[in-house]
Design a protein around this ligand. Structure first.
Ligand SMILES: Cc1cc2nc3c(=O)[nH]c(=O)nc-3n(C[C@H](O)[C@H](O)[C@H](O)COP(=O)(O)OP(=O)(O)OC[C@H]3O[C@@H](n4cnc5c(N)ncnc54)[C@H](O)[C@@H]3O)c2cc1C
Length: 223
């Protein structure tokens, strides 16, 4: 395990291992021999799509809607006014918009200034009453969060590339929204995948057995 905050690296041995990493990280970090196995190999067909998240703090209210919204913009897909929808950002006088810029393929390598300029241009179109005219709303501060590999691109044929939570490695399980479950890559899918992984483990190793009955011949997976 890679040391966190400057701590030394550490090898932790366990009876069972569950990866909850995203698919692109899992593809890079898995041991070389696994990469040759068909089960893991097919994951090559899953590739994360670039996404940009924008956090904008305004000097006044822009919306009054307590919901996630789809926008009419070509680049800003969904947004929410967090000052209304989320208690942690609650502000009765000023909006805090969180927007998803997607598809972000053509934007991910651009500077924050370019991304912000395009975003503000789109917002002027979406909210002309607040962002144009003599006294337009001003952005007090902003944060641009780039995720170069987000959820896997859901193009035709991807379903066949999704691995199950149970793997050919007897003490190694997968979780994550990319693994096989009824939803596409999403928060619901991530939660369900974790439940399926837990279910598979408790089925294979019932809790009535105090110790996990791994056969001595089962090799531990190197951390
Ligand atoms: C901008 C944006 C907006 C989204 N909006 C929505 C939405 O509105 N609704 C929705 O349902 N879904 C949305 N999604 C998708 C949703 O966020 C994902 O589907 C979900 O978070 C996937 O969960 P996961 O647990 O599979 O993976 P992740 O949440 O990606 O978790 C993977 C974890 O692995 C960790 N990790 C990475 N590398 C290592 C390593 N080397 N060692 C150990 N750990 C590592 C990461 O830090 C992370 O915590 C959005 C995604 C993005 C990027």
């Amino acid at each position: 395990m890679r040391g966190i905050n400057g701590q030394p690296d550490e090898t932790i041995e366990a009876d069972l291992y569950v990866s909850a990493m995203s698919v692109d990280v899992m593809k890079v970090l898995m041991p070389q021999p696994w990469k040759e196995m068909q089960f893991f190999k097919k994951m090559e067909g899953l590739e994360g799509v670039p996404v940009i998240n924008l956090h904008l703090w305004f000097d006044r209210k822009i919306t009054d809607i307590d919901h996630l919204l789809f926008s009419r913009s070509d680049i800003l897909s969904v947004y929410a006014d967090m000052s209304i929808t989320c208690k942690d950002y609650e502000d009765p006088d000023r909006s805090m918009l969180e927007l998803v810029l997607a598809p972000a393929k053509d934007w991910i390598d651009k500077s924050e200034a370019e991304i912000m300029a395009a975003t503000m241009q789109e917002l002027e179109r979406l909210f002309p009453q607040h962002l144009t005219g003599e006294n337009p709303a001003k952005v007090r501060k902003y944060k641009v969060v780039k995720t170069p590999r987000s959820v896997y691109t859901s193009s035709p044929g991807r379903q066949a590339c999704r691995p199950s939570q149970v793997t050919p490695i007897s003490n190694f399980y997968l979780a994550g929204s990319y693994t096989m479950q009824r939803y596409l890559g999403s928060m619901e899918g991530a939660v369900l995948s974790g439940k399926l992984a837990a279910q598979a483990i408790t089925t294979a190793y019932p809790l009535s057995n105090a110790a996990i009955p791994l056969q001595s011949s089962t090799p531990a997976v190197p951390a």
